[in-house]
Design a protein around this ligand. Structure first.
Ligand code: 2P0
Length: 325
């Protein structure tokens, strides 16, 4: 009863920001992402009758702290779904997501864990059910079931059965690239779970954030369909800025940016003024991701590397959905 799965991380172009149900992980808004080829997790899950509790190894090391609780809590959900409450597992996970690049490994991590666990138990689930289960490990992970451009439909039901990801366009639909700009110093971090909750509960700007989503979603899907880079980039960048604006309206206010974050944002705007189409997006941390077209890769990477405080620039193409090894 063993299976191994590989899942890539994803970058949100329309951000998931806020939950309407904390325990089922139901979002306040729909979101849309691009799955990335360069960053992934491989996870094997083996259910063994002789085990009396789960075991979790991350990059070869046994994990016993909070991350273990999240993994075992998620396996409880899969066990109860399968009706096999007494089957414990050995989980071996390898992250190919450099933490310094500022991608949450929870997206690829929970997608790979869900896929491997479901397959190891021989459950006949389709991708919709897999995405719905994965969502309950980590919200953004439900988008990593598919490759290319993916929408997570927020759904409206209280039980979450209509909240899962759907593919919008495959990875080979359009070769757009993402550069992860790694900054050399770290800002103090407000974890995304905590940050989202604080903005939902207190931000003066939260309702405007929600009100703007349907328009952004319609427009970006149109831009993806017609391969209109300027349209997609403008919407993604503006959507990111609106998400971050909600943090400034929270109580107490907070921000994920620091000085180099802003220097990179200015550099991207300057590239555009010089005729290089590039757009930034930022998640719940100081690092910046830049969207660009392949023909501008060299100049874009060089320009970003030249910014004082930038440690590295790692680029990625669009990636595939879940696969089994
Ligand atoms: C996203 N983020 O859409 C947004 C943009 C951060 C900013 O999804 O609590 O790790 O496990 O559902 O998915 C990060 O949050 O949060 C995230 P949980 P998750 O990618």
């Amino acid at each position: 009863m063993k299976a191994t799965a590989k899942a890539h991380t994803n970058i949100a172009l329309i951000k998931y920001w806020g939950k309407r149900d904390e325990s089922l992980i139901l979002p306040m808004n729909s979101s849309l992402s691009l799955t990335l080829d360069g960053f992934y997790t491989t996870t094997s899950v083996e259910f063994r009758t002789e085990l009396t509790k789960d075991q979790f190894y991350l990059n070869g090391e046994a994990v016993v702290d909070g991350q273990f609780d999240r993994v075992t809590g998620f396996l409880n959900l899969i066990r109860s779904f399968a009706g096999k409450d007494n089957f414990f597992a050995t989980v071996n996970s390898t992250n190919h997501v450099p933490t310094a690049a500022g991608f949450a490994s929870s997206a690829s991590g929970f997608a790979a864990l869900a896929a491997a666990a479901v397959k190891a138990l021989g459950l006949p689930v389709d991708e919709t059910v897999l995405s719905r289960l994965t969502r309950q490990g980590s919200g953004s992970a439900c988008r990593s079931i598919y490759g290319g451009f993916v929408e997570w439909e927020k759904g409206s039901k209280a039980d979450g059965t209509d909240s899962y990801a759907v593919p919008i366009a495959p990875a080979d639909h359009w070769d757009i690239r993402v550069a992860a700009v790694v900054l050399s110093s770290k800002a103090k971090k407000v974890l995304s779970r905590e940050g989202m909750k604080r903005t939902v509960d207190t931000s003066a700007f939260y309702s405007s954030w929600i009100d703007g989503i349907p328009h952004d979603m319609d427009q970006i899907k149109d831009g993806i369909r017609t391969k209109d880079f300027e349209k997609v980039g403008k919407i993604a960048e503006a959507n990111c800025l609106k998400m971050h604006a909600t943090t400034l309206g929270a109580n107490p206010p907070f921000s994920y940016w620091h000085d180099t974050t802003m220097a990179v944002m200015h550099a991207v705007r300057e590239l555009r003024e010089n005729g290089i189409p590039a757009y930034f997006t930022i998640d719940a941390g100081p690092n910046v991701k830049v969207l660009y077209l392949p023909e501008n890769e060299q100049i874009l990477k060089q320009s970003l590397r030249d910014i004082p405080g930038v440690h590295d620039v790692i680029s990625s193409k669009a990636g595939q959905g879940i696969s089994y090894l």
